[in-house]
Design a protein around this ligand. Structure first.
Ligand code: COA
Length: 393
């Protein structure tokens, strides 16, 4: 049975800061951010967007009535959990009006959570070929103002429908994965910003990639020539490039050029959004599919997922006939075109705004947030959400 990605949608908040401006404000050469790190713009989440709304907005763009009735498993990968107990997916299930006969859970393993969800979804579809699974990857990356990691923040979500006979990409069954207990990046439950040993995390990312790549080649009996492109988890785009460079020489010159060109295309969206943790790999895949009009059905794409702490996985997918017809390129271009640039001072103000933690009631004005689904406030420790598209009908 063929199982894989049937639809893919993306959402990022309407605000961003320019990396050149941030560099000037931080007294750093702009090229360090735009070339050394490889980021041009960084998405900022207003107080009216949280991981739930980002995910719901990403999914809203792709769901039709058939999806709504057939989805019987919702998996929400995130490392920006809003509750120790209740899954963020349950809120999204409600906001999207999904079929009540469904399972809904949240998965956590740093930036790897959504990959785990996709692999579990494959098992579910294998047993229930008529079902569809909604996989949500949604995060707001926060390292703190004036920290080395500040330039690698971001906000956004990717929603994927996993089904039998998928229209976009069949996921192949060979996978290689590895787990090792390391402290390269973590966020204790009492902290809203991450702790990170940046250089160590870079080294571990590369070590994990090389381990799973070697394992994958042996298990799958494939080599670099078998790939049209390889997409990477992109905490910042230079990180993926570093990983690609470690294996390029395994390929012929033509292959090296192809992989490098496709890598650049896979980073286009990420350069404008920043790190979105669980969704970063899938934003890279989306960027590649939407930016490269020449990829052919039958071509294979490699995917490297890395979640600090740490778990790494390499797997692959094969493009399906007419896959481009099922992408929503224009919607995503519109999303980027309608964003608003904020100054560094405005970004800092938005960044430091926080939700009450003492049970007090707060209400937010959502007229300035163009998103269909917004956080409207908190009442008695309960987040309140609004789906404007329902109310306008
Ligand atoms: N022009 C071009 N490149 C420049 C430059 C300039 N003027 N100034 C510096 N650079 C380059 C550096 O040479 C370096 O490139 P390299 O990594 O290829 O050697 C890059 O910019 C970053 O500079 P560096 O001094 O290493 O940055 P930093 O100490 O400020 O921290 C991170 C970088 C990634 C460690 C930091 O942003 C971080 O901790 N991020 C969060 C953790 C993370 O994302 N980990 C990834 C794995 S999950």
């Amino acid at each position: 049975m063929k199982i894989g990605i049937d639809k893919i949608g993306f959402y990022t908040p309407h605000l961003y800061v320019d990396m050149n401006e941030l560099a000037v404000a931080r007294d750093v050469e702009p090229e360090k951010f735009t070339i050394g790190i490889g980021q041009d713009e960084m998405a900022i989440a207003p107080i009216t967007q949280d991981p739930v709304t980002l995910a719901a907005n990403a999914a809203l763009n792709i769901l039709d009535e058939e999806d709504v009735s057939k989805i019987d498993f919702v998996m929400f990968g995130t490392e920006t959990g809003i509750d120790h107990s209740k899954s963020a997916g349950v809120y999204v299930h409600h906001l999207l009006g999904l079929n009540p006969s469904a399972r809904t859970i949240e998965l956590k393993q740093a930036c790897y959570g959504a990959t785990a969800a996709i692999q579990l979804a494959k098992g579910h579809i294998a047993l229930n070929p008529e079902s569809k699974v909604l996989v949500l990857a949604s995060d707001i990356a926060r390292y703190g103002l004036q920290t080395p990691g500040e330039v690698t923040q971001g906000a956004g979500a990717v929603a994927l429908i996993i089904s039998a006979d998928p229209k976009i990409m069949v996921l192949e069954n060979e996978q290689a994965y590895v787990t090792k207990d390391i402290m390269d990046f973590w966020r204790p439950t009492y902290s809203d910003i991450a702790f990170v040993d940046g250089k160590f995390s870079n080294d571990q990312y590369l070590a994990f990639f090389n381990t799973v790549w070697a394992q994958y080649k042996e298990k799958a009996n494939k080599n670099i020539e078998d790939f049209a492109a390889i997409c990477y988890h992109l905490p910042y785009t230079k990180m993926g490039l570093k990983a690609l460079r470690t294996i390029l020489e395994e390929g012929e010159e033509r292959t090296q050029e192809r992989l490098q060109e496709n890598f650049q295309l896979s980073t286009k969206y990420s350069r404008k959004v920043g790190n979105i943790y669980t969704a970063s790999l899938y934003l890279g895949l989306l960027s590649l599919l939407e930016m490269n009009e020449n990829l052919q059905a039958g071509e294979r794409i490699g995917l490297f997922s890395y979640g600090s702490g740490a778990v790494g996985e390499f797997f692959s997918g094969v493009l399906q006939p007419n896959y481009r017809d099922y992408l929503i390129v224009e919607k995503h271009q519109e999303l980027f075109a309608n964003r608003k640039r904020v100054t560094v001072a405005e970004y800092e103000e938005i960044f430091t705004e926080s939700l009450p933690t003492d049970g007090s009631t707060v209400e937010f004005e959502t007229v300035n947030d163009p998103a269909a689904i917004c956080l409207t406030g908190i009442t008695e420790h309960m987040r309140q959400y609004l789906n404007k598209s329902e109310h306008s009908e």
